[in-house]
Design a protein around this ligand. Structure first.
Ligand SMILES: [Fe+2]
Ligand SMILES: [Fe+2]
Length: 190
């Protein structure tokens, strides 16, 4: 389903579980950023009316995920941390094309790919967790992020043909594999 070009090794999971509290704080921040990215697409492309409802719905879902992670953080007595620059995402943003239609497609596909990587890693966390409540939570999130991944490709299909989407997707997946390998493992989603 995900077609990522590079599989996250188990060593990443070891780093996550070496400091699970830091992972939770980063995870919360990723959910909130995902929500704002969806809303920024709504603001940037108000005329793409075919996809606005889906984008707003996804923004709401991501915000709900943020809230759910926040409740876990709160229970642990942790305090939210300020955003850090996301080297992984910034690496890929350099490759967004300039032409407005191409840039629009790239933004949708990149969002879908980031969802796929999130899904891969949340699934690894879900499988490794022993605490049942947390395990169920991460399992549900994994399903949701997988759905978001497919949804972005579906949204692109309102405006671009299959061949155009697949061709660019392949290129961006190669860039994503470089991006994810360029950042050292941290107790963070990427
Ligand atoms: Fe999410
Ligand atoms: Fe998502």
């Amino acid at each position: 389903m995900l077609n990522l070009k590079w599989k996250t090794p188990k060593e990443w999971l070891d780093v996550v579980f070496s400091d699970f509290n830091s992972f939770l704080l980063d995870h919360a921040s990723c959910e909130r950023k995902a929500s704002s990215t969806n809303m920024s697409l709504v603001v940037k492309y108000p005329n793409r009316v075919e996809i606005l409802n889906s984008l707003i719905e996804m923004a709401l879902e991501e915000l709900e995920h943020f809230h759910q992670v926040y409740k876990i953080i709160e229970r642990r007595g942790l305090i939210l941390t300020p955003d850090e620059k996301d080297k992984y995402v910034n690496y890929m943003l350099k490759y967004l094309r300039i032409n407005s239609d191409e840039r629009f497609l790239d933004r949708l596909l990149l969002s879908g790919i980031i969802e796929a990587r999130g899904c891969e890693r949340l699934n690894m966390v879900a499988n490794a967790l022993e605490d049942i409540e947390l395990k169920n939570f991460y399992t549900e999130l994994t399903k949701c992020e997988a759905r978001h991944h497919s949804q972005f490709i579906h949204l692109a299909s309102f405006y671009f043909d299959k061949e155009t989407i697949n061709k660019r997707m392949e290129e961006l997946l190669i860039i994503e594999a470089e991006a994810i390998q360029s950042v050292p493992f941290r107790p963070a989603i990427h």
